[in-house]
Design a protein around this ligand. Structure first.
Ligand code: TMP
Length: 209
């Protein structure tokens, strides 16, 4: 099962990866925890460039998809072949949201890159952690030194959020919307309840317990 976590920076998604991993391990499943851009040594090097070097939106898109190809070939597909559960912090929805929405880059090009790079390999379930950009901005300010994306303004994150919502509406069966404005405990409860329901619906071993 291939599960991804998405949302604007500051939505708090990464906090829930460990709990999801624990949920699956408690049900006897091997779990691969990974992230994008990144997940292999080469893809992590590309991540550093994407997060810190100035570049145009096409270069940015090519680099995230180059990193993704490495990641899919070397980590995600082998794990899925072993029937491990793959938990990935961001995937291609982030490209549609950040490059397509935030940077207003041509979505037709992104669709083509998606088809070339991993048309055959798509998430089974995507948690979309939704939070208003103002709330996310406050949370980000409290935490750390911003990278190139985190330093963007509210208009940018409003476009990113809208682009995520468009992807969700286009593929409602894949997405699970999480109200990420609630407390971390309440968000965690939502996430695990969704996981239980979806694992059963997808007929996953362990999901029925
Ligand atoms: P993270 O901080 O959640 O690890 O994500 C890294 C940043 O990279 C985040 O600001 C979103 C951005 N990003 C893109 O712009 N395009 C992509 O395809 C991915 C996966 C991430």
């Amino acid at each position: 099962m291939f599960i991804t976590l998405e949302g604007i920076d500051g939505a708090g998604k990464s906090t829930h990866l460990a709990a999801l991993a624990q949920w699956w391990r408690a049900r006897g499943r091997e779990v691969v925890l990974t992230r994008e851009p990144g997940g292999t040594p080469l893809a992590e090097r590309l991540r550093e460039m994407v997060l810190h070097d100035a570049m145009d939106a096409l270069t940015e898109s090519l680099l995230v998809f180059a990193a993704r190809r490495e990641h899919v070939l070397r980590v995600i597909e082998p794990a899925l072949k072993r029937h491990d559960v793959v938990l990935c912090d961001r995937f291609t929805d982030a490209t549609f949201a950040y490059q397509g929405g935030g940077r207003a880059f041509d979505r037709a090009v992104l669709l083509q890159l998606e088809a070339w790079v991993h048309g055959h390999c798509q998430p089974d379930l995507t948690f979309l952690f939704d939070v208003p950009p103002e709330v996310a901005q406050e949370r980000r300010a409290a935490v750390r030194q911003p990278d190139r994306f985190e330093a963007q303004n509210l208009e940018f994150f409003t476009r990113v959020r809208q682009a995520y919502e468009q992807r969700r509406l286009a593929q409602p069966q894949r997405f699970a919307l999480v109200d990420a404005t609630a407390s971390p405990e309440s968000v965690a409860a939502q996430v695990l309840a969704i996981m239980q329901e979806r694992a059963q619906a997808l007929g996953q071993p362990g999901g029925a317990r």
